[in-house]
Design a protein around this ligand. Sequence first.
Ligand SMILES: Nc1ncnc2c1ncn2[C@@H]1O[C@H](COP(=O)(O)OP(=O)(O)O)[C@@H](O)[C@H]1O
Ligand SMILES: [Mg+2]
Length: 347
Amino acid sequence: MRSAPADRRQAAADVTAAAEWTAGVPILAVRDLSVAYRTRRGDVLAVDNVSFDLAGGEFLGVVGESGCGKSTLLFAVAQLLVPPAEVTGGTVTFKGTELTGRTERQLAPIRWKELSVVMQSAMNALNPVKTIGAQFADAMHAHGVADKRQIGERSAQVLRMVGIDPIHLGSYPHQLSGGMRQRSMIAMALLFTPDLVIMDEPTSALDVVAQRSLMVQIKELQQQLGFAVIFVTHDMSLVSHFSDRLLVMYAGQVAELGATRDVFDTPRHPYSRGLLEAFPSIRGPKVPLTGIPGSPPDLARLPAGCRFAPRCPLVADTCRDQAIGLFRVDDVLVRCVNYSNGVVVGD
Ligand SMILES: Nc1ncnc2c1ncn2[C@@H]1O[C@H](COP(=O)(O)OP(=O)(O)O)[C@@H](O)[C@H]1O
Ligand SMILES: [Mg+2]
């Protein structure tokens, strides 16, 4: 293990490296990232060889059914995994700094300040016995801001950004509606004007109207402040109105990745098509996955061949023979043998 002074030197060097990051280079580069949960039943391969880049200010939607590895992917990117989860391969490079394998102390200067996370359970992530203002102050203290006036001003500012009257800095979480609690969490993630905000289903506990208005607000903030977003949701139709690119995830793998326009208007992977049929309209009632019978596979007992084959309406014999690579079709990556005349770009 590194000594504390060495850790601090490394952390300082990281901050410098981050400051030297320049436009044109992806803000985030994820390469061949794999994560396994080490369980008594064996390894659960929740993320399997996932690669993607994110440009500064870009909005990436990550979509897929529950259990496909979306949250695990986000946790791995943010370096928040805890045992039994383990990164088994690949790298995560943020603003030129390799994050995988770093200690908490090394990550501290980056987390919150440059890269912040709004978790799936954010509605309940607030401390029930502390006011919103006290929780914002704690976050700022933890990152070296001690000036009371500065803390007060910044806290009020970020609350206003998400459309909440700063008077609620004095409110306890239970005094706010679900939507306001969720927006408070987003405000907290913006305290340090990060370059990347990672959001895991931040709207899923809200009703359809509140979901939509929160999405609009996130998009406005993103455009105004310029941060990049990775937004995880099982609702492909909702996020497609706001994302620049879509990453469709199935059984721990990239099923399809491309510009939202391409993936949403012309979904190529049968799974992407199924997901869209599942959410016929942004305001319409949500129906179960009528387009796709069955459920995602057990990630500890993966089928041979295409992981989607057992549920695929277009399944052919060749699909079950061997693992399917990612093929490039125009500017879209698709993991489906129907596109095997395209260029193979990965496994
Ligand atoms: N703590 C855990 N222990 C073992 N397996 C887990 C654990 N958490 C998640 N998993 C496995 O990882 C898979 C992916 O989970 P997750 O990343 O939460 O998916 P999603 O966010 O897409 O719903 C799950 O199907 C589950 O099998
Ligand atoms: Mg999840």
